[in-house]
Write a protein that binds this ligand. Structure first.
Ligand SMILES: Nc1ncnc2c1ncn2[C@@H]1O[C@H](COP(=O)(O)OP(=O)(O)O)[C@@H](O)[C@H]1O
Ligand SMILES: [Mg+2]
Length: 179
């Protein structure tokens, strides 16, 4: 079998804000979010793209901005009440004009208890909610993608790059439509 052609790229030759495709595999898109306003804009762009049954997986360290981004998505979908972190409740649901937005945070389930993460997620019924048409946004969901029903529309990984600067890496079929 022929080995894949090596791709070498210097920082300067990398396309800045767009993605590129190589052998049908789309590379992740990396963007700097220089302040909360940029993150709110990203949330609005994600919201525009969200459809019933979509799964959005958010990863990144504590304080990276996952909940902040979900709040921006919810606001852009017209949610007016409080959008809290579901770290303790695990799942929050919001009714929007485009259907249910379910926001889950699996942090408390990571490495906890007797059940595997997949089993814990199965107990939450998130896959079923999605099958019924909910848009599902999951913090710390990267380890449970199959249990969440698979095929995320978007995986966004946030990293802290400064007091109010974040770096986001976007992949998945919707990534190109968002930036
Ligand atoms: N550019 C930015 N994008 C998102 N959050 C930011 C940004 N700059 C500062 N912050 C702050 O970082 C914190 C992110 O917290 P949170 O969203 O709860 O993180 P996580 O859910 O990833 O643990 C918030 O206090 C938010 O105000
Ligand atoms: Mg959070």
């Amino acid at each position: 079998m022929a080995s894949p052609m090596p791709v070498t790229r210097s920082a300067s030759s990398r396309p800045a804000l767009s993605s590129f495709s190589f052998d049908g595999v789309t590379a992740p898109i990396v963007r700097k979010l220089c302040g909360r306003r940029d993150t709110r804009r990203l949330g609005a762009a994600i919201a525009r793209r969200l459809e019933p049954r979509d799964l959005v997986v958010l990863s990144g360290d504590l304080g990276a901005g996952k909940t902040f981004l979900v709040r921006a998505i919810a606001r852009a979908l017209g949610v007016v009440g409080v959008v809290t972190s579901p770290t303790f409740t695990l799942v929050q649901e919001y009714q929007t004009a485009r259907g249910t937005l379910a926001h889950a945070d699996l942090y408390r389930l990571l490495g906890s208890g007797a059940l595997s993460l997949d089993d814990e997620v199965a107990r939450l019924g998130l896959r079923e909610m999605r099958a019924e048409g909910a848009m599902l946004v999951v913090e710390w969901g990267e380890g449970a993608i199959d249990a969440l029903g698979g095929r995320p529309a978007l995986v966004a990984t946030l990293a802290i790059s400064g007091a109010s600067v974040r770096t986001v890496t976007l992949s998945g079929p919707s990534a190109n439509d968002i930036v």
